[in-house]
Design a protein around this ligand. Sequence first.
Ligand code: MLT
Length: 209
Amino acid sequence: MKEEFIHRFVPGHSNRTLILLHGTGGTETDLLGLGRALDPDAALLSPRGKVLENGMPRFFRRLAEGVFDEEDLIQRTHELADFISAAAERYRFKQTEAIAVGYSNGANIAASLLLLRPGTFFGAALWRAMVPLVPDKLPELKRAPVLLLAGDHDPIITPDNVRRLSVLLEQAGADVTLIFERAGHGLTEATIEGTRRWLGNLESPRTTA
Ligand code: MLT
């Protein structure tokens, strides 16, 4: 497959596919259980980030915590977008019915995909995301649903940074829901429950006017 990533694909029983993007140090198996808990019927596609930081997989290089290597980020974003398109053909799922679910570094590359390669998926649930980059030209996100679940005392991401991401995505036309949880950088039950509810309320793109 073009732009191969180590990955897992678990077939589902509905048209929806969740694209699961792990955090720093995660692997392709990390989020499979959560993905299944979020939507028992969805197919699951879970790639492993190709960059290693002290042996820990990530989706792109960083220069320091929260300081990204933008050139690498841009290249890796396109590489991941190409992989997802190739996976959609191989496993026969529709990208217009796919939802990215990303945590931390995985949420950041999902945000970058929204900004640089709109159309890679229909919408995204981003857990503990920050502004990955500001594109020269904003994409047309055509009311793509985006859920931002942030921690109100996240030691890595300031509330201001998440708000800037929210504004950027809204300016690009996304339908953004931003929620601050009483949490740090780690996931909580509220994160999972909030995402499950948000997914349950999403209209399929085919039924959207
Ligand atoms: C990142 O590098 O994407 C963020 O700092 C989050 C992290 O992976 O810790």
